[in-house]
Design a protein around this ligand. Sequence first.
Ligand code: CA
Ligand code: CA
Ligand code: CA
Length: 631
Amino acid sequence: MRSKTIAGIAAVVLAGGVIAALLWPDGTAGDGLAEPPSAGERRDGEGGRIARTGDAGPEMAAKRQLVERDATLTARLCSLQCSADLAKMAGELSGLPADRVPPRLGELRAGHPRMVQLTWVDRAESPILSGGLPAGLEQKLEPLLREAQQAVKAGNKYDYGPIEADGEHFAVIGVPGRDGAGIVGIVRQSVTGKVKKMQTENLRLVPYPREGRYQIESVDSRTGRDITVDHGEENGIASHYHKQEVVVRFAAQPDAEELEQISRDLSISEMRKTGYAYVFQSERSTAEEMIDYFRKSGNVVYVEPHYLYMTNETAGGDNPNDVLFEPYQWNLPIIDTIPGWAISTGNEDIIVAVVDTGVDLEHDDLKGRLAEGMNFISPGEPPSDDVGHGTHVAGVISAVVNNAEGVAGMTWHDRVMPIKVLDATGAGSAYAVAQGIIWATDNGARVINLSLGNYAESEFLHDAVRYAYDHDVVLVAATGNDNTDQPGYPAAYPEVLGVSATDGRLRLADFSNYGDYVDVVAPGVSIASTYPGSQYAALSGTSMASPHAAALAALIRSVNPLLRNTEVMDIMRRTAVDLGEPGKDPLYGYGQIDVAAALKEAVRLKQSVGLYPEWVRREIEQWRSQEASGG
Ligand SMILES: [Ca+2]
Ligand SMILES: [Ca+2]
Ligand SMILES: [Ca+2]
């Protein structure tokens, strides 16, 4: 057994060569775990940043403040989502005959386990109750309950909390219905306490727990259907179709030469293959002229206009209706996500593996957004999340958009593959992480998010990273939360896009790692996302920044699945918004990711006439490899 300490962070190589990883440690933890971070570090030119002077006090104080802020924000997310749930209930109950109200109220409470008591008030003398007040809290809650009932009868909303008692948090929320009726809920906000505990560990305000299956001395910060938005091309005709596009199914598969001939004859600016059919877009020819051309060739099963199917999704331009979006998801507008959705909202064939603590597989706001995953901690078990970290990361990428519930993810259609490699303490071995990366690669992931790391280089983990990279996967990783320029892995491997965290003022987060190996930055302070138990939480960390970049990689691949992983990473770097010192710098790398700019660039490359033969070549290459693998 050999152990080494880098910059005050102990990375332990366990017997058998397994490196314990992987929630970003902060070296300032007590309990003899590690020395304080190397003294005298300072990031120059950074107004308002915390200087490293050998005294870890200010950094710890800032981190404690952040934990409090995240906990408070989480309580607010919880209240707001619960108000929305109660408003739905009030609407439904207002429309029911009186005798149907009590049983329905009971059903509604059963469906919302966090609502310990529901009260329906109307003009009738006594309110209708379901559930009871938590034992010992009656005296505290009863006056608030009466106040809330009076408020809703007067047509007003009521929201009081959090009320802390016996280490638990509660809120009293009232929502008016119609005609002086309304509903009052007593909500257990257990999420607030959990977030506090988790963030205290992850930002390393306390020693990382020693229990668990690994003897960890230091662990890291745990750390669709392609809706190409069709621009209204002249409406007013019964069937909408692209005026310069046709769909063709060939009788005999054309080779590269024939496709190039077609391209020249029809001035094709874009070609894509979907299933058996090709879609051709011309710079000059109309759909009618193109149909005529293909019919005359004799080599078609069918050729038809490319009809537009309108959906009800309000992609592009409009803010989504998710309850927590407008008040809390500052992280999406600041990277131009909403204008980006006008270019692409994603493609369900592009899968992002979240190699992490697992994901809440039953979360209301992740329904239909998950691909089949794997559990490397308890083989044979589903990859569910017993920590909260992986569920939060997954929500940043793929929480259901525009379902009037919770948060909006960055992609509407790309799916998350949950890979559990970190155990209940948020730690895992390099072996489990490597297995997770390889399994994800072999099972169709096109992007892998790694919101985990360590300061020790592991050849074994690096090999797994190279395997994924050589199989054209885009790997994205968090740099760590220790305000240090010590390179963390896997983020610092050249094959991996390293992501640091910014706040809402476009400054590097005080906790964020930095250094020459940082590629880009993304929002990572008080990020609202999904949390186990169909809850929501605000968390901070480079772990939260990384999935923004991973989701963007998936959106880019949705626009053009033929782009190589190196090209996807290159687009993200080139289109990043430069921050700090001009040009690439050690704090911000190439700058902050920009969804709209990156997707525009992906479209530009796809439509570039100069690159057209290359896309055709790759299309055929892909088609052949699919044929070969029987896919
Ligand atoms: Ca949602
Ligand atoms: Ca790197
Ligand atoms: Ca810069």
